[in-house]
Design a protein around this ligand. Structure first.
Ligand code: ADQ
Length: 731
């Protein structure tokens, strides 16, 4: 049966035990994901796998059985971790390495080898558990930075599984991410998924840039065509359980009134955060202090209610932050309080839901100013709670939520004056204006709630799977291979048109590695020594290089994308009467870009000029390539030229030259009833298009093409050629 398996570090239910040997307690976990998704996963026949929040060292065998049994009633299954694992994986690698780095606090990173080793082994432990429950019909949805190696670990065990991954925290820019010693492993781990979700477009961009620059893997419109599967990276901004926060009930009304009575008839600025240095708590307290300095008229009329939920207090930075907050609040209150009024009400604890909702409802302003935040659900919850639409949200531009909540008063959390200005704007904002701004945002939050978010993610995973299936249907299978071999065998006059780079050899940046190896030369030798075969290599490379490599074989060569043809035993000849006078106009332009882009260089072929930027800094090169292409486009039409945007190259050549025309020219002199053409990039598409319908055309790599079939790799091409030689398909 189809089933969804959700995997996250923590389960939606936390198991706790007070004193040794006291009974186990089962509570709902705090946090947006678990509460939000709980209704979704129940309706989806889902199983939720995660750590139950208690170290296994504190449990007896019968406790473990009890936990498994009790959790199973709520569709959950535990991964038991030892205290040592919790310390090194969760407190260690997750909270001392990944959390600070991904939130742009690299100097807070404390790295130890044992942290990484345990992160790997705990991810493996999760993989073992998930694999027990998964077969290829299931969908696995992995959550967050604690489990970034898991998608690939699962992929290795379950090749066909549908795996989604969602990152709840920011994905940092390449400059930050590259600092991580295990950056390659982490990226490869995530790329085991079919769909990778982030909250914002920037996070997607940063991720894809890191994949490109660290692993050398390109993407196209968010898609990565890996050897065996397709991966998509996309935006899914998480929503909240809207109903829960907009609910109307006597219990909530009473609680709201109760809270209002206790606070009194003053304006309330609310701040709700987990204790964390990323949340900008100190900065906002300082801003509130300055606000009171600048606006003495609000003394006695405004108060800040600040709720700090205890968190990670075993880490030094968190303890220090707690002390700093305590001290600062003490100072501000000490300096400003009167017998009747305190500027700050400070609650350092977690609150029951009704109390939190009541606070959202009575507050005039929510001051949410994290220095970095993946999304920030409190901002959304505050708005959803506003049944009459009144209230002002002041929101940091560094929170993912700011991308969606543009009608809020947006601030830079590092700019104290800007926060003070925002407080003044908020306190003076007309109710009509408040309602107008909030209505748009609330509408969006209602429509795109957490269920819609999860359903959207699942839908996108389906789409990726369908695309993958469509592409896999085009893969060369045994039957088609048999058909090809059969018609090859029957034919006395065969033509094999083979592209070189990416088809017969893997791409490489070093010319030495691109040379044909022994195996390839043997294959070409055997194919070309059969009198019935006419083998032709068709490439963008220069005629001199191709001559050097293949002259002593019995094969034809088409060089420079079709500008030159060399039949067996003959000299090179141009396909059309071509000139290269245009080079004197174009070359100086390319030289300018060569000088301005360190690492790039120009290759001059007889009838084309190529600007290579593979070895240049990729960001700069991408920018320059775009500029150069625009500049060249102004010249090329008049000169009858064409600019080709290739694999880390821009090539300018005569518009009349293309591989398709050259292939047709080659065929024109041969009476053949078997044509096989294999190529991998867009220049080969011209060949596939030009050839007669009866030709067997094959694209190397996944992805749509004018070719009839796809194979995955250079190795597949070589196997097919060997099978043609032997006349047998290897199963
Ligand atoms: P989280 O900490 O799970 O982090 P966050 O957006 O900070 O999510 O929301 C905190 C949640 O805790 C809210 O749902 C809120 O209602 C609840 N909460 C806060 N204070 C509370 C209190 N005093 N008592 C009880 N409950 C309280 C990660 C990322 C975020 C991202 C979320 C979701 O760090 O940036 O928004 O995941 O993807």
């Amino acid at each position: 049966m189809k089933r969804l398996i959700i995997v996250s570090n923590r389960l939606p239910i936390t198991v706790a035990r007070g004193k040794k040997d006291s009974p186990l307690e089962f509570r709902s976990s705090i946090g947006g994901l678990s509460t939000g998704l709980s209704s979704f996963y129940r309706s989806y026949n889902a199983l939720w796998i995660g750590w139950p929040g208690i170290a296994v060292d504190r449990l007896k065998e019968k406790d473990k059985d009890n936990i498994v049994e009790r959790l199973s009633r709520d569709g959950c299954y535990p991964v038991f971790l030892t205290q040592r694992e919790v310390d090194n994986y969760y407190h260690g690698f997750c909270n001392n390495v990944l959390w600070p780095l991904f939130h742009y606090f690299p100097s807070y990173v404390v790295n130890k080898n044992v942290f990484w080793e345990t992160y790997k082994s705990v991810n493996q432990k999760f993989a073992d558990t998930v694999a027990e429950f998964t077969d290829k019909n299931n969908t696995v949805w992995v959550h967050d930075y604690q489990l970034m190696l898991l998608p690939d670990m699962l992929r290795k065990r379950l090749e066909d599984a549908r795996i989604g991954f969602f990152l709840h925290i920011p994905f940092p820019s390449y400059e930050i991410f590259r600092m991580l010693p295990y950056r390659k492993e982490i990226l490869k781990g995530i790329l085991g998924a079919n769909l990778i979700g982030f909250h914002t477009y920037d996070y997607v961009r940063y991720f894809l840039e890191s994949v490109r620059r660290i692993l050398g893997i390109d993407s196209n419109l968010g898609y990565i065509y890996d050897k065996k599967h397709i991966i998509k990276a996309d935006i899914f901004p998480i929503g909240i359980n809207f109903e829960k926060f907009s609910v109307e009930s006597t219990e909530i009304e009473n609680e709201t009134e109760n809270v209002r009575n206790r606070i009194g008839d003053i304006k309330v600025i609310l701040s709700v955060d987990r204790l964390d240095y990323t949340k900008g708590i100190i900065q906002k307290l300082q801003a509130f202090d300055r606000f009171l300095d600048r606006n003495p008229k609000y003394i006695g009329k405004v108060a800040m209610v600040i709720i700090v939920v205890p968190s990670r207090t075993n880490i030094g930075h968190y303890r220090a932050l707690k002390n700093e907050i305590d001290e600062l609040i003490g100072n501000i209150n000490g300096k400003r309080s009167t017998f009747k009024w305190s500027p700050i009400h400070y609650l350092y604890r977690s609150l029951p839901f009704e109390r939190l909702l009541a606070l959202y409802r009575i507050s005039d302003i929510a001051l949410i100013t994290p220095l970095r935040d993946g999304m920030n659900l409190v901002a959304k919850e505050f708005l959803a709670s506003k049944r009459d639409g009144r209230g002002v949200l002041i929101l940091s531009e560094m929170a993912g939520a700011a991308q969606e909540l543009g009608e809020a008063v947006i601030v830079n959390p590092n700019d104290t004056n800007e926060i003070v200005d925002a407080l003044e704007i908020a306190l003076n904002m007309q109710e009509k204006e408040q309602v107008k701004r909030n209505r748009t945002m609330i509408g969006r939050l209602r429509r795109y709630d957490i269920i819609k978010w999860a359903v959207d993610f699942m839908g996108a995973l389906d789409e990726v799977e369908k695309l993958q299936e469509r592409l896999f249907m085009r893969l060369l299978n045994l039957n088609i291979k048999r058909k090809i071999i059969e018609s090859y065998r029957k034919s006395n006059n065969r033509v094999l048109i083979l592209d070189y780079d990416g088809t017969l050899v893997n791409f490489s940046s070093s010319p030495e590695e691109a040379r044909p190896d022994r195996e390839l030369l043997e294959i070409l030798e055997k194919l070309s020594s059969d009198k019935r075969n006419s083998v032709v290599i068709i490439s963008g490379r220069s005629k001199d290089t191709l001559s050097e490599w293949f002259d002593n074989l019995n094969i034809g060569i088409i060089a420079e994308h079709g500008a030159w043809i060399k039949c067996v035993g003959r000299d090179w000849q141009t396909i059309e009467p071509l000139t290269s006078e245009w080079k004197s106009v174009i070359k100086p332009i390319l030289e300018l870009y060569e000088d301005r882009t360190p690492g790039s260089f120009i290759e001059e072929k007889e009838f084309s000029l190529v600007w290579h930027y593979r070895r240049a800094d990729s960001k700069l090169a991408a920018l320059r390539a775009m500029e150069l292409k625009n500049t060249l486009l102004e010249y090329v039409t008049n000169l009858g030229l064409e600019v080709m945007d290739g694999n880390k190259i821009l090539e300018v050549k005569d518009a009349g030259v293309d591989k398709g025309r050259a292939a047709l020219k080659w065929l024109a002199n041969i009476d053949t009833n078997f044509v096989l053409a294999i190529g991998d990039d867009y220049t080969d598409e011209n060949v596939f298009e030009a050839l007669p319908e009866s030709a067997y055309t094959i694209k190397v790599g996944l992805g749509f093409s004018k070719a009839k079939y796809n194979v995955i790799s250079v190795e597949d091409v070589r196997s097919l050629l060997k099978e043609l030689i032997s006349g047998r398909v290897t199963e």
